[in-house]
Design a protein. Structure first.
Length: 157
């Protein structure tokens, strides 16, 4: 069991390193294309609404009001990630993307997740269909970012 967990963590670490290294060639997100017309990085302005029903029961009750509201996530062509809640900017960070993964990194703001142990970065699988960006967590220790980013498809504005 311990060996399996170590292998899983090693595989996730390798995936994060691969995504970060492949996207680290500048400030713009990677926009890989193939003959199959690979989708580009998901730059745009997206919204979602979080309700109390979206929050897992094990989440601390005093933190629920922090998450409930209307959220806007802007992913710029230059690689910035700007998150607002109810019209107020609460996180400023960056992101990089590959054709299948996006890495979100919080850098500042009253609701930003950051410390010396990797909580600032979240890795997600992504897909885009019908003006909706679907983020599926691969590895994100920031519970608030994980809920806001993946409770519902993010609606392109």
């Amino acid at each position: 069991m311990k060996t399996r967990r170590i292998l899983t963590l090693t595989a996730i670490a390798a995936l994060v390193a691969l995504v970060v290294m492949s996207a680290g060639r500048g400030t713009k997100p990677v926009q890989a294309k193939t003959a199959v017309d690979q989708p580009q990085a998901p730059a745009g302005v997206y919204t979602t609404t979080i309700t109390p029903a979206d929050i897992p029961p094990e989440f601390p009750p005093e933190a629920i009001p922090v998450l409930v509201g209307t959220w806007q996530i802007e992913l710029t062509e230059e690689g910035a990630n700007i998150v607002s809640k109810d019209g107020e900017v609460v996180v400023i960070g960056s992101y990089t993307a590959s054709p299948s993964h996006v890495v979100l990194r919080d850098e500042e703001g009253p609701l930003a997740c950051f410390d010396g142990h990797g909580i600032a970065t979240g890795v997600y699988n992504w897909s885009f269909q019908n003006n909706e960006l679907v983020l599926t967590p691969v590895l994100d220790r920031c519970a608030g970012r994980r809920i806001v980013s993946s409770a519902h498809p993010l609606q392109l504005q």
